[in-house]
Every structure is written in structure tokens, then in C-alpha cells.
Write a protein that binds this ligand. Structure first.
Ligand code: 4AD
Ligand code: MG
Length: 446
């Protein structure tokens, strides 16, 4: 009978049997007759024991000299051992053979501490390390849960284009490209197309990369980020908040279910995540400003006081968002922002047009805005007026205005930023680790 080739995550099914594993040498220790090779194969990590009497002499000699990240194919028997390190853990391999695929050159990422700039320059290799493995597995689950939840709740995935002829969100942060002699822009959002799709399918979402040529260097900003954007016909702001709290809670609870090991590896305090269940608190922008002003007045530290300072009418900066979020034990909705601080398509509040039917969801622990959304203007004249007011050409929005001509309905939607959500759930300081290859103001390679 031939020896089965298996992956580390399946190892418990092969207790007592001889198997072959294929992967990379993460770490090696030992001396004399006994060497421990920690093998990773992408699905997990397992300790392989090279004991001199069990191996052909030349193979044992090879084992002793293998360099970190060498690619190897190993064969051995699976032995249960509760204390065995690795993931899923609980098993080790008593080696009977090692085949070398390639001996790695001296690996640039060692066990010593490296600076972030260096690690970012080695991102194509850094991505192999344990922390990055944990983060990107959680990211994949978050993305999968986003899709599953929406698919299961009557939302249809309708893709929106990345290249477009006009701005989707604002005219300042646009990346332009040459589209056969005509200017085109990389999508900042799929929203405007989503609104057309909403009128065709009722409840839709788009999910893809979006681009902002923002000169921001904060720990929350990427130049290229992934956003999921649901858009719903006949939804009010209240409907939107109810849906969002269910959706975000489902994402967090799924990660808690599936990724205890990864969260532990990241040293994430999960008690804060366990709170993330509906209902979330809802406060108006007015109330948020009042609370911030009160907090600023009570703060003695002048630096902190200056950071918390806010005048009614301005958008929140991250110190404001952090301070508001700290007042609650789970994410908090802030609604009815000043119209002037938000995008042109947001529905004004009846009788109080200086504020609009918008809502941002602020994550706890300083992670800031993770979703932004609103009711959309559905009156043709009002929308045309807003477009003209902000100084963009209504001609470019002819098809968008059409949606207000042919069966216009009240509707609402939002966008959730994947990387900020990953940063929050994983408890990471910076969004650069939440995406395989981050695009930052000063980082494009690799
Ligand atoms: O608030 P934003 O700009 O909203 C929109 O683009 C709407 N058109 C969405 C909609 O209503 N369909 O972005 C939505 C979310 C933010 O809350 C944040 O999580 C994320 O996208 N985001 C960013 N994430 C990383 N880097 C950036 N530069 C981001 N800008 C926004
Ligand atoms: Mg926003």
C-alpha cells in the first residue's frame, strides 16, 4: 500500500500510520542523536522528530544541516502527544525519511526582532510567519462570512466596475488612468452602480477593491482597500442600523467560533469581542459632539484637551472616534452628521437640512469608523441641486440621475471596510498587516 500524502490539519485521522507531509522548515532545534524539525505546510505546524537510529545515516546528516525555510517532503509515523506543539497540535511525526526539495539560502527573517519597514520590504516572505498566517486566515473567514451572511439574507451579489468615468465618493482622492485617450478613474466605491442594481434586484451588494489617492499616513488608511457595500430598496436609516448590527455581530461571532487558536496567537483579548451582539447603542452626531465637549472640559491634560476639541459641523478625527467608542462596550452608531461634512448623495433630515440621514459605525478600542452609510437622496431635483452645489458636472451623472426618473424609491446602503474590520477583530495596531500586500502612501513594492 502506498503512503498517503496528507496535510497537517488532517493529521488526527492518521494516528499510528505512516504518512508523507510536504512543506517548509520553520524552525529546528536539537543536538546529538535527536533533532526536532518544525514543519509548516500552510494548513498547520507540526513537530517532526529526527532520531538517528530511525533514519538512514545520510538522511540524518541532512536533517542536522537543514536551513530555515528549506522545502522538504518528510515521511514518518503519526504519534499522539497531548503536549505536542503546533497547530492543530496534539501530534508529532517520528521521521523515517526526509527528501529535500530545495535548501533555502540564509533567510532574511530570523527569530530576532525586525523593524516594520524591513518586514514590509520583505512582505513576500513575511507573509509566511505565524502572526501573518493567523491574521490572513481570519481575514479569509471574515470575507467568507460577509458573503455567506448576505447570500443567506436575500442580498444578491452584483459586481460593479473598477474603471469608471466619474467620481463615486468625492473628487479629491481619485486615481486617474488613461482610458484610450479619455480620463477614467479607479473606483472609490461601487455605490452609484449599486443603486442602479438595487432598482433591478431589491437588495444587492458589491464586494471588491476600492482606491483612494489619499495622502493619509494614519494606521487606518490604505490606498487600496476592500469594501463590501450592501444597498437596499425601501430601507430607512433605522432599517440600515438594524441590519448592520446583525451583520457585524455575525462576522465577529464566526471568527470567535472558528479562530480561537489564531486569536490566542495574536494575544487578542477576546472578552471585548464576546460583547459584540445586537443591539448596539445609537447616538446622534449632536449628542456625540456634546459628549466630546463635556469630556474635553473635564480633561486636565492640555494635549488631550486639544485633541478632543470639536466644533459642531466638523467631521470626527480619530481621537474623537476613539473617545466616543470608549463610552460603550461594543460598536456604536453615530447618525445624522452635518450635511456639509458628508458626501453629496445623502438625504437631508426633514426640517433640518444641515444634517443628513447618515450613519457611521465606530468600533471599540480605538479602531474608528468601520462602516459608513446613509439614506440616499431619491428626489431628482434635490439630487441635481446637490451635485451642482459641490461643483461636479451633472452631465457625468446622467445615468445616476435617471435612477430618480424611473421608479425612484427611498433606499439606503453602507460600506464596510474589510481591513479596518480585520484590524479591530485581530487587535492590530495598523491596517498594513490586514491585507496580503498593503498599498500605502510610501509603499508599493512588493
Ligand atoms: O465612508 P466611506 O468613504 O463610504 C463610502 O465609500 C460609501 N460610498 C459606502 C456606501 O455607502 N456604499 O467608506 C466606507 C468604509 C469606511 O467606514 C472604512 O471602513 C473603509 O470603508 N475605508 C477605508 N479603509 C481603509 N483605508 C481607507 N483609506 C478607507 N476609506 C474608507
Ligand atoms: Mg466614511
Amino acid at each position: 500500500m502506498s503512503i498517503p500524502i496528507v496535510t497537517i490539519d488532517q493529521i488526527s485521522q492518521y494516528q499510528g500510520q505512516t504518512v508523507t507531509l510536504r512543506g517548509w522548515l520553520q524552525h529546528k532545534t536539537g543536538k546529538g542523536k535527536l533533532h526536532f524539525l518544525r514543519l509548516r505546510d500552510g494548513t498547520g505546524v507540526i513537530q517532526c522528530v529526527a532520531f538517528k537510529p530511525d533514519l538512514p545515516p545520510e538522511v540524518f546528516e541532512t536533517a542536522k544541516t537543514l536551513s530555515q525555510e528549506s522545502s522538504i517532503i518528510v515521511t514518518g509515523t503519526v504519534k499522539a502527544d497531548e503536549r505536542a506543539p503546533g497547530y492543530p497540535g496534539g501530534y508529532e511525526i517520528n521521521l523515517t525519511d526526509i527528501q529535500v526539495v530545495q535548501i533555502a539560502e540564509e533567510y532574511p527573517i530570523g527569530n530576532k526582532e525586525h523593524g516594520v519597514d524591513f518586514l514590509m520590504s520583505q512582505r513576500h516572505l513575511w507573509i509566511r510567519s505565524q502572526r501573518q498566517w493567523a491574521i490572513l486566515r481570519i481575514r479569509a473567514t471574515i470575507i467568507r462570512t460577509i458573503r455567506e451572511w448576505l447570500d443567506d439574507h436575500g442580498y444578491l451579489l452584483v459586481d460593479t466596475p473598477i474603471l469608471s468615468s466619474s467620481a463615486g465618493e468625492n473628487s479629491t482622492d481619485l486615481f486617474s488612468v488613461d482610458y484610450f485617450g479619455q480620463p477614467a478613474y479607479l473606483a472609490q466605491t461601487g455605490q452609484l452602480y449599486n443603486e442602479a442594481n438595487m432598482a433591478a434586484f431589491g437588495k444587492v451588494y458589491c464586494f471588491g477593491p476600492t482606491f483612494r489617492a489619499e495622502k493619509s499616513k494614519t494606521r487606518r488608511h490604505l490606498i487600496e482597500f476592500w469594501m463590501v457595500e450592501p444597498e437596499m430598496a425601501f430601507f430607512s436609516l433605522e432599517d440600515l442600523m438594524e441590519m448592520e448590527e446583525q451583520f457585524v455581530s455575525a462576522i465577529v461571532q464566526k471568527v470567535l467560533d472558528k479562530h480561537r487558536y489564531e486569536l490566542e496567537l495574536l494575544e487578542r483579548d477576546i472578552t471585548r469581542l464576546e460583547n459584540v451582539k445586537p443591539p448596539f447603542a445609537r447616538i446622534s452626531y449632536d449628542e456625540a459632539v456634546e459628549r466630546l465637549q463635556k469630556l474635553a472640559a473635564e480633561t486636565e491634560d492640555p494635549e488631550q484637551k486639544a485633541l478632543l476639541h470639536i466644533e459642531w459641523g466638523t467631521d470626527f478625527g480619530s481621537p474623537h472616534e476613539t473617545a466616543i467608542a470608549e463610552m460603550f462596550d461594543r460598536p456604536v452608531f453615530v447618525y445624522h452628521y452635518p450635511t456639509a461634512a458628508k458626501a453629496f448623495y445623502m438625504q437631508p433630515v426633514e426640517g433640518r437640512p444641515e444634517v443628513c440621514r447618515s450613519v457611521d459605525l465606530l468600533a471599540p478600542e480605538g479602531y474608528g469608523e468601520i462602516t459608513g452609510g446613509s439614506e440616499r437622496i431619491y428626489d431628482l431635483e434635490l439630487l441635481r441641486q446637490r451635485i451642482t452645489e459641490i461643483g461636479i458636472d451633472p452631465e457625468n451623472y446622467d445615468w445616476y440621475l435617471d435612477l430618480r426618473r424611473y421608479g425612484s424609491v427611498p433606499h439606503a446602503g453602507f460600506g464596510l471596510g474589510v481591513e479596518r474590520t480585520v484590524a479591530w477583530i485581530c487587535g492590530l495596531h495598523h491596517v498594513r498587516e490586514t491585507v496580503p500586500y498593503a498599498r500605502l502612501l510610501n509603499h508599493l513594492h512588493p
